[in-house]
Design a protein. Sequence first.
Length: 295
Amino acid sequence: MTVLGSCSLGLRVLFLISAFCLSPMASSTNSAYLADEGVSLGLSLGYGQLDNPVYKKDDIPLYALPRIEVFAGDFSFANTQFAWTPVWGDNYQVSLFTQLNEDGLYFAKHSAALTAIRTTGGRPSMTPPPPGSGIETPAVTKRRGDITEISKRKLSAMSGIEAIVDWQSWRFSAYWSMELTNYHKGLQGALSAQRLFLFDQHLVLLGAEIQHLSAGLVDYYYGSAQQEIRAGFSPFLGHSSQKYNLKASYQYQFNQQWQFISDIKYQRLSSGIADSPLIDDSNLLSFYAGFAWNY
């Protein structure tokens, strides 16, 4: 294993909750340690919760998080994400990848088994306008309705390109992706930075990320059109928006097979998403802690 290694793998931090679904947390065992070849399996048992921002949708509990990864040369499969890394060196790599979009998971019928959240992020400025500027932020009036009567949001798949650069204990990454499934013709991109601290068996990973979502993607998942209006929600047209993320992970490695892992993530939704009547909260806090076994 290598710490923040530059192996020929375009990996993203994803953990399965079921054989076909993703989990948001418990990235500690995967983001800092990457296998170079072969099959890597793992299972974490613990407790956590994913904060669901959608109105009348329950937060998502997390208990058992399997990990399935296959590495073969420049190709990899990691918990439903495929990646090909044709360009790589000692401290950089460029990958082409496919993965599921996280926004559709908030609306999934069985969302307890369908969640995926990327790591890291930053918080936007909340400085009010200066006194006497005459600028007033209009209040957003949300009319709520029956969330079970809205049009179905399908789980979309995205494909794109990612570049990663490692410098000492830092990792910087950028990606841009487009939809494959033709539901919303949306685009999504992100810039992120992570800092690794390693003390004997203790590992701490801090990260920050800003994500950009195109207007088509936001409107498909959070817009309020005719069916939503008939269900009682006020009209809303989504536009290009951002998500700001902060994350901290801690791992204690007992040996090569057993670790204690924990993650906490804060996410803030910009007004292009938060003003939607389908959204109940723009500040989200998710967490997970448990014991992980790796093979």
